[in-house]
Design a protein around this ligand. Sequence first.
Ligand SMILES: Nc1ncnc2c1ncn2[C@@H]1O[C@H](COP(=O)(O)OP(=O)(O)OP(=O)(O)O)[C@@H](O)[C@H]1O
Length: 268
Amino acid sequence: MTTTNPATMSAERFALETRNMHIYYSAFRAVKDVSFGVERNKITALIGPSGCGKSTVLRSFNRMNDLVPGARVEGDVLFRGQNLYAPDVDAVQVRRRIGMVFQKPNPFPKSIYDNIAFGPKINGWKGNKGEMDELVERSLRGASLWDDVKDKLQQSGLSLSGGQQQRLCIARALAVEPEIILMDEPCSALDPISTLRIEELMFELRQHYTIVIVTHNMQQAARASDYTAFFLMDADRAGQLVEYDHTEQIFQNPKDSRTEQYISGRFG
Ligand SMILES: Nc1ncnc2c1ncn2[C@@H]1O[C@H](COP(=O)(O)OP(=O)(O)OP(=O)(O)O)[C@@H](O)[C@H]1O
C-alpha cells in the first residue's frame, strides 16, 4: 500500500523533525522558529557562530534540556512522527534511543568493560555473561576501538588516550542500541589524527545510525557531513536557522548571502 499521509511520509524520511521550534532559558529565547528534518542514516552538521543555539538545538533532540532549570521547548520535535515532548513520553527512554557524545571525553571511572556494560545493565539487561561479553565486543568494534583494548578490558577507561576515550564514549552510546547519535563538538579536545579517526568512524556508523554533530570546525562540517544547517543570531540574540541543505550546496553554492559570508570566514 502506498502511504499518502504527509505526517507518515515525513516520519519515514526524517529521523527527527522540528516544526516551529522555539527554545527558552527562562525568559530568554535562545532559539527561534526552527523547522527542518534530519535525514535518516545521514550525518547532519549544525554550524554557526558561538551562541547561536547549536548545542541548545542538539540537546532538544534527546530532551537533555529537561535537566536545565528554566529550559523549555515550544513547537514540535518529532521522532518517528511522535512529539518527543508529549506528556506521555518518557525522557529516559528518549535518551536511550537517541544517544549523546559530549565535547570532552567523559568515560566513567570504571573499567573499559564496565563503561560499556553499565548502560545496558541500568536499562534492565537480561542476558548472561557470555551475551554481555558479545555486546561489549560488538560495541567496541562498532566504535573501532576493539583492537586497541581487547587485551585490557579490565583497565580503567581513564587510562586510554583522549581519542580512545572518545571512541569509548561512542562505544558506550552504541551499547544501548540507539537509533540516533548526537555529537556535541566531539573532536574539539582531540588532535588531528584522532579527529580524522572519529570522522572515519562517523562514516561507518552512518550505515546503521543517524548522526547529528555540532562543530565549530568548518572543514570538518564540509568533509564529514551530508547535510549542513547554518544558524545565526537575530537582533534579539535568538538563534535562527538561516539555511539547511546538502553540505556541498552550503559550502559551494549557498543560497543566502549570510551563509556565504560565514563560510568564507567574513564573520563568526
Ligand atoms: N543553561 C543555560 N542557561 C541559560 N542560558 C543558556 C544556557 N545554555 C545556553 N544558554 C544561552 O543560549 C544561547 C545559545 O547557547 P548554545 O550553547 O546553544 O550556543 P552554541 O551555538 O552551541 O554556542 P557555542 O558554539 O559557543 O557552544 C546563548 O545565548 C547561551 O548563553
